[in-house]
Write a protein that binds this ligand. Structure first.
Ligand SMILES: [Zn+2]
Length: 298
């Protein structure tokens, strides 16, 4: 075929709640597609303003004072490392409510914005960027943070609304995203496999307690339809994560499994195909399965 034109360029849009989520969920997959020439864009719903500092080395008053600004700089560094574009959808972090009873959510936060209004910037972005594939979280948010659940809700809403000329008529020409995926990388079988490999190698596994508390009824692995081989990009994923220095402790358990062990034991990132307008047979190993032939890209 001729050179890649706008019409046959593959485009992937990954929707995330906070700066750093893009580096912990599907990051190696994004790096792989960037390497293959796919145009990859991250949409970040909130600025992460209410996150706490999770890296002891960064837990200092001067950092806390300027947290939103620092998190934006960290996001810029991670975006460079991953080779992706990134846009802010402009909402304010809801924070993770803790306590019994749970405190009310802050008034200005993303989770409390009515759905129709909260999805509008994403609809506009979809119509402008025109991705064939979009990723987001499942209906439980992957984990129950109000911003993650809201991210799921606006993604499903925008997937449908962006294609409908009668909805949001002022936000650009309708665009039908072909496939919508949920990130599914944190499954019981994967954690178990890594835990067992670490023990077999005589290493301390950080996962024993997590596995003990893991209710098998809440495991989502049976929903996985798509496993993207991306082990050779795990190093880029880790560098992007470490760029979020206020959120990630480089000496923490994220990084305790040797790279070659991760690549051998679980060399994929996993997804559930939630919506599709194209024919593709699951299980798949490519988010663009069923799309490449349509746009003339191999
Ligand atoms: Zn998050």
């Amino acid at each position: 075929m001729e050179g890649v034109t706008h019409a046959d360029q593959l485009r992937l849009l990954a929707v995330h709640a906070h700066p750093d989520d893009e580096s912990s969920k599907g990051a190696a997959t994004m790096a792989k597609y960037v390497h293959e020439g796919v145009d990859v864009l991250v949409a970040t719903c909130t600025g992460g303003e209410r996150g706490s500092v999770l890296n002891p080395a960064m837990d200092r008053p001067d950092v806390l004072e300027r947290l939103p600004e620092i998190r934006a700089q960290e996001m810029a560094a991670a975006r460079e490392i991953l080779g992706v574009g990134q846009e802010w959808l402009g909402f304010v972090d809801s924070g993770l409510p803790e306590g019994d009873p749970l405190p009310p959510l802050p008034e200005d936060c993303f989770a409390l914005v009515p759905l129709e209004e909260a999805a509008a910037p994403l609809v506009a972005l979809i119509r402008r960027f025109r991705p064939q594939v979009m990723t987001t979280y499942d209906e439980r948010g992957g984990y129950p943070h109000p911003d993650h659940i809201k991210t799921h809700e606006i993604s499903v809403h925008a997937f449908e609304a962006a294609a409908d000329p009668d909805r949001y008529p002022d936000l650009g020409e309708p665009w039908q995203v072909s496939k919508l995926y949920y990130n599914m990388s944190f499954t019981l079988p994967r954690t178990k496999a890594i835990h067992e490999a670490m023990l077999a190698a005589g290493l301390d596994s950080p996962y024993a307690e997590m596995l003990q508390n893991w209710d098998p009824a809440k495991d989502i692995s049976h929903r996985v339809t798509t496993r993207v081989p991306c082990g050779e990009y795990f190093g880029i994923r880790d560098r992007a994560l470490i760029a979020h220095a206020t959120q990630i402790d480089p000496t923490g358990r994220w990084f305790s499994t040797p790279m070659d062990m991760q690549q051998r034991v679980w060399p994929t990132e996993d997804f559930e195909l939630a919506r599709s307008t194209v024919d593709s047979t699951t299980p798949e190993d490519d988010l663009f399965a069923g799309i490449r032939s349509e746009v003339g890209v191999r």
